[in-house]
Write a protein that binds this ligand. Structure first.
Ligand SMILES: [Zn+2]
Length: 435
């Protein structure tokens, strides 16, 4: 079978839009009736007056800050964000809290199953099938993505091996021992497992992983291809977040990602005004409404993810709208010496042209009136000093071409930069911390 849900995945665009509009009215009406946040926020907005996708643009958006604020009221810990009586909640998850106080996400059994179904679409699209033995190299704790991946793999008929409570070496031994042939991990940790395997004298390709789904960080194409080379496997990306759920995934064509329609209504809006939908090929902010989840309703959630709007046709035959690329988090974009800078560009350059670089970190700081950008790069210790010096020069030149900014490149000895299993923090803007 080519699709997880052959009916939904091949519906004409117009039918998908009509379904989404009708589901949007339903979730709006549910949110207005059941959640304190939306009772207050949506006063005067009548679901029945929403008759076109343009009408939706007049409804206020929701952001993380607002969710935090409404979680301070009763009932603890979900407060006014709850869309169901608290007795119905069966699943507690939360955001990582990297940008402030965590947001707690309550799911009823029904809403949790909705999230699992969405993930089935994502995994099936990435070629996960019943013969896969899926290894998850994490302790999932209270973080949602790997739990969803776990339960959705089971629903697909795969066999799932949870890999928590082991260090990286232990995980590599486990993959070999039980002959796992699929994995889900952050791109950074995928690279780290490969590096560690090499240190143990094991070629990562010999781990015989066939499929890898990456999560947790924006992944440049060069990083995805690097993982494919290292493991000799197919690597897929997806995008999502704890609050809205994963909402787009990559198919076998590996050209952008399909929005999981009609489970979500996704708007890609001009980043300055947040009003107009951008054109195909342009960058915009993704504003996402999950359409079937009632315990934690979100109306027009501003994900702050910047994406490039793609086509609505694909060689795989799916008819859903695509996004061409994930650019990064709007919060990670910086003005440096008047130039707009995205840390993802640096990763793209390094993974594509400097495979000897094992790990890196970008630090922006202010010296007097001048902004300085430091790139600390950790390289393979086997390399002769002379070629490290040459690489340093080439790295500076390539970064200058790609970003229009000058970098101070510092070569670091192996093991001096931190390694990450979940979200990597390779970008530090010390100008803000100094404020
Ligand atoms: Zn496709």
């Amino acid at each position: 079978m080519k699709y997880w849900n052959p009916y939904l995945e091949t519906l004409p665009e117009e039918t998908l839009s009509n379904i989404e509009l009708s589901h949007f009215r339903n979730i709006l009406s549910h949110a207005k009736t059941h959640s304190v946040l939306y009772q207050e926020k949506l006063k005067g907005i009548e679901p029945d007056n929403i008759t076109t996708l343009d009408d939706i643009k007049n409804i206020p958006m929701t952001d993380k800050e607002e969710l935090r604020k409404y979680q301070e009221i009763a009932p603890f810990p979900y407060g006014g964000t709850l869309g169901t009586p608290i007795e119905n909640v069966t699943t507690f998850r939360q955001t990582s809290g990297t940008t402030g106080k965590p947001v707690y996400v309550p799911e009823s059994y029904e809403s949790w199953q909705w999230r699992i179904e969405v993930w089935c679409h994502i995994l099936y699209m990435a070629g996960f099938r019943p013969h896969h033995r899926v290894f998850l190299p994490f302790g999932y704790n209270v973080y949602v993505a790997f739990w969803e991946g776990h339960y959705a793999s089971e629903k697909l008929g795969c066999e799932v091996i949870p890999g928590g409570a082991l260090d990286t070496k232990g995980r590599i031994h486990k993959i070999i021992e039980i002959k796992a042939n699929a994995m889900m991990n952050t791109p950074t940790y995928g690279l780290h497992i490969a590096e560690e395997a090499k240190n143990m004298g094991i070629d990562p390709a010999k781990l015989k992983i066939e499929r890898m789904l990456c999560a947790g960080e924006p992944m440049p194409t060069a990083t995805r291809k690097r993982l494919e080379e290292l493991y000799h496997c197919h690597v897929f990306d997806h995008i999502g977040g704890t609050e809205p759920c994963a909402w787009a995934g990559m198919c076998e064509a590996k050209e952008g990602m399909h929005i999981i329609e009609p489970f979500f209504l996704v708007e890609i809006l001009d980043r300055e005004t947040l009003q107009k939908e951008v054109k195909e090929g342009d960058i915009g902010v993704a504003v996402v409404t999950p359409l079937g989840r009632r315990s934690f309703p979100l109306i027009r959630f501003n994900t702050k993810d910047l994406v490039v709007k793609g086509k609505s046709s694909c060689s795989c035959g799916r008819t859903s709208q695509k996004i061409e690329e994930v650019v990064g988090r709007i919060d990670d974009l910086r003005k440096i010496r008047g130039v707009l800078f995205s840390p993802k560009t640096v990763e793209e350059v390094i993974r594509q042209q400097f495979q000897e670089v094992e790990e890196f970190e970008i630090v922006v700081e202010r010296k007097g009136l001048m902004d300085l950008i430091l790139l600390r790069a950790e390289v393979d210790p086997q390399l002769p000093l002379e070629s490290i010096e040459k690489m340093k020069v080439r790295l500076g030149e390539s970064l200058k071409i790609a970003t229009n900014l000058s970098f101070i490149v510092i070569m670091e000895p192996p093991g001096s930069l931190p390694r990450y299993t979940l979200k990597a923090k390779r970008f530090k803007d010390l100008r803000e911390e100094a404020k």
